[in-house]
Write a protein that binds this ligand. Structure first.
Ligand code: ATP
Length: 477
């Protein structure tokens, strides 16, 4: 429900996960900053993904390509000519909308009214118009359906125009002839243009992959749903280069591997599903999304695409540099086919947060207790362990500090002696810390501490000497 997302947004802000960008100036639409806990969670997420790609697969290596690229890159990739959204403006409110979103929402409303056939016909007519580039036909559908602007309440629409989603800027001194360049709208092209560099210097043999994490920028018009759709975001992409004809095999392999990954980091199987594309992008011969059940519905989190040789071939044509690989097994030169897995770090972050946010009621009557905690996989949690002295006096604080110093080189450990112990547990629950280590009077006698589990709230006594190993095991993947 919508209210659940609202709770998550305010929780994310209140506990240092995500802040609106430049908030003191009232923010910047569709741009967000990650706070002290958010950055830890996001870094953990990126590390787990990167390791899953490069360490678990001996034929996948990393790359960190620049955000700026030669402008012809985006000509070759098709982004200059076809990375567009059809936009329509309302003449009264001067608000701009995505024409396809207006029609999709209308179709959803028709469906709710039980007019499924009409809804389907509308979507088909829209797809036909967009495919043919007939923007007037798309506008006519909006007029025929009498779709009104949510702000002005009128149906006074302009024509439909294609709007390119790439941000551009100038390189070089302004006075000289500076040339127009783009902020990359996807990280994938940095991988394609380095395909031969990596293949040759790494002596890579097809099939092999290149994985990369980095910022991407899109001038999204309909920016909604918090960090789900941002203008500046981060992608985790992997391009897997294969021998032509074997791409479907690899496509299916990666599909399954990626689904397993999401489950391994704690997303429940029933909140994930595959969604096959009916309509394929210009570069793909098969495409599927992994969708997560966000509070606003099942929505794309990751895309897995069989991109054929579209990109490398286009780069070969435009750069006049051969993008071929000599396959010693079959004694042939060819441009490899590519299977891509592309997941948004921010969308995955949002999925983790939505899944983790737990409101719990225990007991009844006098013992009734309500709490909120984040059920984040321990390996992803911003802080792994909080060390808490029961009281500050009698050497307990010093002992707790000593334990903190022993653990903090192994994993993220914090020390907290502020306020009642219950309050301190709550603080850790709210940011998803899986374990609280408490130093009490017994500690001073037998060198044991209690370890409290975030989810079950149960406590176990263990020896200080075993802490590092036991907790280290519990907080790893
Ligand atoms: P959508 O249909 O939601 O706009 P897309 O199909 O254009 O997404 P891709 O180009 O396949 O997305 O990008 C791969 C991944 O990058 C997406 O699955 C998503 O996780 C992430 N992503 C894309 N656009 C954004 C954005 N504006 N904000 C945050 N993440 C994004």
């Amino acid at each position: 429900t919508a209210s659940a997302l609202k709770d998550i947004i305010s929780h994310a802000k209140e506990y240092g996960f995500v802040f609106p960008s430049s908030e003191i100036y009232d923010g910047l639409q569709a741009v967000y900053d990650y706070g002290q806990n958010g950055v830890e969670l996001k870094n953990n997420l990126k590390n787990v993904w990167y390791k899953a790609m490069t360490m678990l697969n001996d034929n996948v290596v990393g790359l960190d390509a620049a955000i700026f690229m030669h402008p012809l890159t985006w000509k070759a990739s098709g982004h200059v000519d076809s990375f567009n959204d059809p936009m329509i403006d309302n003449k009264d409110s001067k608000k701009r909308y995505r024409a396809d979103t207006l029609l999709e929402e209308r179709a959803a409303a028709l469906e709710d009214e039980g007019k499924a056939t009409e809804a389907k016909a509308l979507m088909q007519a829209m797809a036909k118009g967009l495919d043919a580039g007939d923007l007037e036909a798309v506008r006519q559908l909006i007029i025929d359906q009498n779709i009104k602007c949510p702000v002005s309440g009128t149906a006074n629409w302009t024509e439909v125009r294609q709007f390119n989603l790439m941000f551009s800027t100038q390189v070089g001194a302004v006075s000289e002839d500076a040339s127009l360049i783009y902020l990359r709208p996807e990280t994938a092209q940095g991988i394609f243009v380095n395909f031969l560099n990596v293949q040759k210097t790494g002596r890579m043999k097809v099939p092999f992959g290149i994985a990369q994490i980095g910022k991407a920028f899109r001038n999204e018009i309909v920016a909604r749903n918090f960090i789900f759709r941002m203008r500046e975001f981060e992608q985790m992409e992997m391009q897997f280069f294969v021998r032509p004809g074997t791409e479907m095999e690899w496509y299916n392999t990666w599909k399954e591997t990626r689904m397993k990954f999401h489950q391994a980091i704690g997303l429940p199987a029933d909140s994930l599903k595959f969604h096959d594309h009916d309509k394929l992008a210009h570069y793909a011969n098969a495409a599927v999304d992994i969708e997560y059940k966000f509070p606003f519905g099942f929505k794309e989190m990751e895309g897995i695409h069989s991109r054929t040789d579209f990109d490398l071939k286009a780069h070969q044509e435009l750069s006049k540099k051969k993008q071929q690989y000599f396959d010693p097994e079959i004694n042939q030169n060819y441009i490899p086919y590519v299977v891509e897995t592309s997941v948004g770090a921010d969308r995955l972050f949002l999925a983790i947060l939505c899944n983790a946010y737990t409101e719990e009621t225990t007991g009844e009557g006098e013992t009734l207790k309500q709490r909120v905690y984040l059920n984040i996989h321990p390996a992803l949690a911003p802080t792994k362990v909080a060390v808490l002295p029961l009281v500050k006096k009698d050497g307990l604080a010093e002992k707790a500090q000593e334990i903190t110093n022993q653990l903090k080189f192994a994993f993220n450990t914090t020390y907290d002696d502020g306020g009642a112990i219950g309050k301190r547990y709550t603080r850790q629950d709210l940011i998803g810390t899986p374990y609280c280590v408490v130093v009490d009077y017994q500690t001073m006698e037998d060198q044991t501490v209690t370890v409290r589990d975030r989810n079950t709230m149960t406590q176990e006594r263990i020896s200080i000497a075993d802490l590092k190993e036991k907790l280290g095991y519990a907080v790893s993947m």
